[in-house]
Design a binder for this molecule. Structure first.
Ligand code: 9Z3
Length: 313
């Protein structure tokens, strides 16, 4: 029979471009010095299709801010970053220039017969540091971005990326910020074609998605520093649910956050301690991002964890 997570991978065959993406991750990891620290950041929400030829789907909320901002701060801390994100959600560096903002920083200059496009003078100071960090990261080959859309794509990529992280042992951090659906329609129970309204209002049965944290922590990357996120909309539930997840999966940290306040406050729940991280209104106004504090805390704890791991081995 196999466990529920194994069943999932049996029923849901690999998505169309999975092999190419897996190879990209493998090639990327093969070129990384095994002495470097590496983090897998997942980001953005998964979709759950309601039809095989998908017209409608259920989506999980996430803009990708947490993941993309955190990826930048991990790079600053010297980590190599694999960024697995929802297609068209925010990505590191480019997130600062989304939509019209990008066009607003440019101006057209005409000199004699030559037309050129320049960054406006008043924008240079804000663009330059981001562009410089982006170019350095690219030159060093420290960042790989891979996209997903559906829950199935996400779960196949998650397992493939974990397999590539195994050789890094305790040097690997998993930072699972993607908003992953708890419910789905198994592929073998989904209609092939678009549901028809003539048949009346549909009754949709969603099943529970197997919890992949279990094989991830115990089998895929047993030596890594695993951090998961718990999202609630009711503050009262947050800490208990974060503790429950930590007790169940026995990983290193659950970061609890409430949807409405996720940019100002998070609670880092660990087996023997908790740490609340908050931004003051002055810090918010100054443009400080809570992810800089979260990543600084994790990098420090990961460092201690690695020292412990090498001392014990
Ligand atoms: C989070 O809780 C993330 O912090 C957010 C970030 C999705 C709230 P944004 O992308 O938002 O900055 O707009 N991610 C995990 C959400 C999740 O799916 N957690 C599951 C749960 O809470 C299981 S791991 O049960």
């Amino acid at each position: 029979m196999g466990s529920q997570w194994e069943q999932f991978y049996l029923i849901h065959s690999t998505p169309p471009d999975f092999e190419e993406k897996k190879k990209e991750i493998q090639d990327f990891c093969q070129h990384i010095d095994p002495e470097r620290n590496i983090v897998l950041v997942t980001s953005g929400g998964t979709t759950v299709p309601l039809e095989h030829n998908t017209v409608r789907f259920v989506d999980n909320f996430s803009a990708g801010t947490r993941g993309s901002a955190s990826a930048e701060y991990f790079l600053e801390k010297g980590y190599v970053v694999i960024f697995i994100h929802r297609l068209k959600s925010l990505e590191p560096f480019v997130r600062h220039f989304m939509g019209q903002k990008f066009l607003d920083i440019l101006e057209v200059q005409k000199k004699e017969d030559v037309t050129s496009i320049m960054v406006k003078n008043e924008c240079v100071n804000s663009v330059l540091p981001i562009l410089t960090r982006y170019k350095l990261t690219k030159e060093a080959g420290d960042l790989l971005c891979i996209s997903f859309t559906s829950l199935t794509e996400y779960l196949w990529l998650l397992r493939a990326a974990c397999e590539c992280l195994t050789p890094f042992g305790s040097r690997a951090v998993l930072y699972l910020a993607a908003a992953v659906s708890d419910f789905y329609i198994p592929s073998n129970e989904m209609p092939i074609h678009k549901m028809q309204s003539e048949a009346g209002p549909p009754t949709i049965y969603l099943k529970l998605v197997p919890k992949m944290l279990e094989p991830l922590v115990n089998i895929w990357v047993p030596n890594a520093y695993v951090v998961s996120f718990k999202l609630e909309t009711d503050d009262e539930l947050l800490i208990d649910k974060a503790h429950a997840a930590l007790n169940k999966y026995k990983h290193k940290m659950v970061i609890g956050n409430v949807l409405q306040t996720r940019k100002q406050r998070v609670v880092l729940v660990m087996p023997n301690t908790t740490n609340e991280i908050q931004l003051s209104s002055e810090e918010m106004e100054a443009g400080l991002e809570i992810e800089s504090k979260i990543v600084a805390d994790i990098a420090e704890r990961h460092n201690l964890f690695m020292k412990g791991a090498s001392y014990n081995s």
